[in-house]
Design a binder for this molecule. Structure first.
Ligand code: SF4
Length: 261
């Protein structure tokens, strides 16, 4: 039986693709973005997290192994909502492409049940992993963070060459794609980086739109609760004026840019 490790299943999600969706968060990510606000998604193994309660601190496990059949039963619970709203399921993380066999098996099952399937990805995976699943996807939500290779390596721990190549592969395959740009002051929101992202996004044939994701500090306390070093210290949310100016940069190039996912 094919199994995968998840850290969350979110029902009735409204910001991870069209309509009402179930978002499935895969555990494990090969990147280490300075601003990551899902630290529980980084390690591929289940972890222990502390929680303060009125009766003291308790320990709970984050992450669980689940089989394809059990997960598809969970997803199927909301098919009426998907049908009514044009929604479906979004595989997110962490990085879903880091569990390719499980992801592909889930996509086969979703295709069989005619459930709209989206992939929310950093794009950091071998092309041999990406290529076989492209025909099974109805939408890709693709993170585009930093265009300069050196800066990408500095702030995410890896080169962006694979990421950019994979985005081109998705576009060449004609899979619909939305670009997601995290707006991290002093890291991703500089004029040069935004101009490069606008240029790259404008060259795509299958672009459905751009989602601008301003940094926020919600959930950052999870680093402490997991006993992990908080790399987001010192990062603040961008000003509304800066976010609006970046949105105008995309719109001036004829692209549809929304704030939020
Ligand atoms: S790709 Fe996403 S999950 Fe992975 S480290 Fe970056 S922000 Fe976190």
């Amino acid at each position: 039986m094919i199994e995968g490790t998840l850290f969350r299943i979110k029902r009735y999600a409204l910001h991870d693709g069209p309509g009402i969706r179930t978002t499935v968060f895969f555990k494990g990510c090969p990147l280490s973005c300075r601003w990551c606000h899902n630290p529980e998604g980084l390690d591929p193994r289940p972890q222990t997290m502390s929680r303060r309660t009125s009766s003291g601190e308790i320990r709970e496990t984050v992450g669980a192994v689940i089989g394809v059949n059990d997960l598809i039963k969970e997803i199927e619970k909301d098919v009426l909502f998907y049908d009514e709203s044009g929604g479906g399921v979004t595989f997110s993380g962490g990085e879903p492409l880091a569990q390719p066999e499980f992801l592909e098996a889930m996509l086969v099952a979703c295709n069989h049940l005619e459930i709209h399937a989206a992939l929310d990805t950093s794009g950091y995976a071998p092309s041999a992993v990406l290529d076989p699943i492209l025909p099974r996807l109805q939408l890709v939500l693709f993170d585009l963070k930093i265009m300069d290779e050196k800066q990408h390596r500095r702030y995410t721990g890896a080169s962006n060459r694979t990421v950019l190549d994979n985005l081109k592969r998705i576009d060449d395959h004609r899979t619909p794609v939305r670009i997601r740009v995290p707006l991290i002051p002093g890291i991703t929101d500089g004029d040069d980086n935004i101009a490069e992202i606008v240029r790259f996004a404008g060259s795509l044939k299958t672009l459905q739109g751009v989602d601008l994701l301003p940094f926020h500090r919600i959930g950052i306390e999870k680093y402490r609760r997991l006993g992990m070093k908080d790399n987001t210290a010192g990062i603040s949310p961008p000003s509304p004026e800066r976010v609006a100016a970046i949105q105008r940069s995309f719109e001036s190039a004829g692209l549809i840019a929304s704030i939020g996912g």
